[in-house]
Design a protein around this ligand. Structure first.
Ligand code: RI2
Length: 307
């Protein structure tokens, strides 16, 4: 249990972050827990697996990749402890392999939509979006990137480091300058924490500003999202919860303590309506947002909706 608690804490504090990485870490944690679980009765096995699943899912509320990964990894049909354990190990490994392959496929498919000379704006730090950008660059396309700082956690600094390591010419910009810079941009490429059944995107706070500015300037807005980032429960009406993070991410608590009339609002994500999204690049191909429902039905299955 200690190892799962450590992983859960790392996800909560964002030492492990990024919707895809969170999902893989959770699947790996359940696999390792199941592998070492020392119980004789099936009832106890069921309870313990349910408890660790709930613990991992509770760490961050928005990225749907997390519950999807946990549910896919912790699935078993056998009533025998040894067989159920084996099923979990195989399911978790399958999920992790699927996630790695998905990133590669998204890179290959998305890179075809990037043209020589393109200036690409990206937001936060998305491994899926970066897979498209670096694949296009490695294919020999002459591209430049504008990367937002992404306050308050400044994940943009991870993005510029990653792009720098590949040698991609990159400019760091502040979040409030996205509309100012949009005239230089050809395409916006962002990742996803969740995609609802109606094709709406949930991603790092500020994403909808990029989408709005791109729409106004008639620039293409691409979302890079693995199929496991689509949300089955939105089909049955469960809204995606937007994580509200601590005030201390935004302001020094000592300063805030001196301001009794001030509070901090710090939502970590926002919604981008489907009409601002030109395409979603998934591991099973490029889709319009209106096809989100089909992706959920064909690639995730209803049982994940937990009705
Ligand atoms: P990949 C991140 O969330 C960002 O919002 C990013 O766009 C999204 O996850 C997807 O990331 P956070 O964990 O899975 O930084 O594409 O809050 O890496």
């Amino acid at each position: 249990m200690k190892k799962v608690e450590d992983i859960a804490e790392k996800i909560r504090t964002m030492e492990i972050r990024g919707a895809g990485r969170i999902a893989k870490a959770a699947a790996g944690a359940i696999r390792d827990y199941a592998a070492e679980l020392d119980v004789v009765s099936m009832e106890e096995f069921d309870t313990r697996i349910r408890d660790v699943s709930d613990l991992l899912i509770s760490t961050r509320p928005t990225a749907v990749s997390l519950p999807n990964a946990v549910k896919l990894a912790s699935k078993y049909s056998s009533g025998n402890v040894e067989e159920a354990r084996q099923e979990i190990i195989e399911n978790a490994n399958r999920f992790i392999e699927r996630a790695d392959r998905a990133l590669e496929m998204i890179g290959k498919i998305g890179a075809r939509r990037i043209q020589d000379g393109d200036v690409i704006m990206t937001h936060c730090n998305s491994h899926a979006a970066l897979s498209i950008i670096t694949t296009a660059f490695e294919d020999g396309k002459d591209i430049k990137v504008l990367a937002t700082e992404s306050r308050p956690r400044r994940q943009g600094l991870l993005t510029i480091r990653h792009l720098n390591d590949f040698g991609v010419p990159t400019s760091l910009i502040v979040d409030s300058s996205v509309r100012y810079h949009m005239k230089e941009v050809d395409k916006v490429v962002v990742g996803a924490d969740a995609i609802a059944a109606n094709g709406a995107l949930v991603n790092k706070i500020g994403t909808s500003q990029l989408a709005l500015a791109a729409h106004e300037a008639r620039k293409s807005f691409m979302v890079a999202a693995e199929t496991y980032k689509f949300s089955p429960s939105t089909i049955v009406g469960t809204p995606i919860e937007i994580e509200e993070r601590a005030a201390e991410e935004v302001i020094d608590p000592a300063v805030l303590a001196e301001l009794p009339h001030v509070q901090v609002k710090n939502p970590a994500f926002d919604f981008t309506p489907s009409e601002y999204i030109d395409m979603i690049v998934t591991d099973v191909g490029i889709i319009p947002p209106a096809m989100a429902y089909t992706v959920i039905k064909e690639h995730l299955g209803w049982e994940l909706g937990d009705l």
